[in-house]
Design a protein around this ligand. Structure first.
Ligand code: SF4
Length: 377
């Protein structure tokens, strides 16, 4: 390997950035979803025999997003909103019902075998449960060696392999590496197991990490350490990270951009600080009002104002805006017309009829609405 090769082409022992490559701009799109839709057909029952159409779960509908080099994008939503399905679609674990995924600007459909491995070399998925994602009968050494070998990064001999294994463990701050290499998953803490899972993903030398609720099964005390590790990887390796979470507070802390998903659709997006401090969509407001915050004692009344109720069935999702059965601000048109994406100041956007025509009047409708709410409290 030569020093002028891109970092993602090097072996594990060489992955410390030397500064010789071009500095990332933070704007280059690595992975993109365009209008991605996934419907899972249901098994036919006797009741369906005479039905014209086969019923299906509308898990993801018309999702578009871009993951940029050196940035974290959070995809936030409650359980069943379809965010994990988006991660699996981006990882090409499921075929799309419609839409397109582009890697480095090129449309991709990873099949099986070699073409899937080529794709996985650039896009890696980290699962929520590190214990389930590691084989309990194999050691850390086995998991990491296998990843390096599959992706052709094991090196040319024993010595190089050992160096690459040590580099991976150093990269995820499991040091000294010799202390962890021959341990089994059950001998590690939850946080250490998730670090091994991250090291295994790094064994492919990816450009994109899809982290599906990477800290939700960890003790609260060690979540921050794993998030800080992911942030360190973003900065040092310039990875594009999709951070899937139901915890909007952690998105503010960790992500550059936040997208909010409800019932299979993305309903709001923008800079994380802006989305979490000035949420535009009533569903985002509900998520924030529901998040535990020691600085803010939420009165029942405020919770009511933000909305209540359960997520809808995705087999027969509500017509119009899918949030309308729960939305305290729903209007007549919300029940029949699907709101498009309305652009708001500072790069924020929301798919909500409340902002129809907002761009035309030149004010900040989100700040205005917040101010009215504060004044009338
Ligand atoms: Fe509520 Fe209507 Fe906006 Fe949907 S479009 S969030 S129902 S106001």
């Amino acid at each position: 390997m030569t020093s002028d090769q891109p970092e993602h082409a090097r072996t594990g022992s060489e992955i410390t950035r030397t500064g010789s490559g071009p500095a990332p701009t933070g704007t280059d799109v690595v992975l993109e979803a365009r209008g991605v839709t996934k419907h899972f057909p249901l098994r036919r029952t006797a009741r369906d025999l005479f039905a014209r159409e086969r019923r299906s779960v509308h898990a993801v509908d018309d999702v578009s997003l871009r993951l940029r080099r050196g940035t974290v994008t959070a995809l936030v939503g409650e359980s069943g909103s379809g965010k994990s399905t988006v991660a699996r679609l981006l990882a090409q674990l499921y075929p799309l019902t419609s839409g397109e995924i582009r890697l480095g600007g090129e449309p991709v459909v990873a099949g099986r075998g070699r073409s899937f491995r080529r794709y996985a070399r650039r896009v890696q998925l980290i699962f929520q449960d590190p214990f389930a994602s590691l084989n309990p009968v194999h050691t850390v050494r086995y998991h990491l060696t296998r990843a390096l070998k599959i992706h052709g990064r094991a090196g040319s001999g024993e010595k190089e392999l050992e160096e690459n294994l040590a580099a991976l463990l150093n990269r995820v701050q499991l040091t000294p590496p010799q202390q962890f290499l021959d341990k089994f998953p059950h001998e590690l803490s939850g946080g250490q197991r998730q670090r091994v899972a991250i090291a295994r993903a790094l064994g492919a030398d990816p450009q994109v990490l899809l982290a599906d609720e990477p800290v939700s099964m960890l003790d609260v005390s060690i979540r921050l350490g794993v998030l800080n590790l992911l942030r360190d990887l973003k900065e040092r390796l310039h990875l594009a990270i999709l951070y899937i979470t139901h915890d909007i507070a952690s998105a503010r802390y960790f992500a550059d951009t936040t997208l909010v998903m409800y019932a299979g659709r993305i309903v709001e997006g923008g800079d994380s600080e802006r989305v979490t401090q000035h949420p535009a969509h009533p569903y985002t407001q509900l998520l924030i009002a529901s998040a535990p915050d020691p600085d803010r004692i939420v009165a029942d009344e405020e919770q009511e104002e933000s909305g209540t109720g359960e997520p809808p069935s995705l087999i027969t999702p509500p017509a119009g805006c899918r949030f309308h059965p729960r939305c305290p601000q729903a209007m007549e048109r919300c029940r029949t017309e699907l709101p498009p994406r309305f652009e708001l100041p500072e790069g924020q956007w929301a798919a909500c009829w409340l902002y129809d025509g907002a761009a035309a009047n030149g004010t900040d409708p989100v700040a205005d609405r917040t101010a009215v709410k504060e004044a009338t409290r």
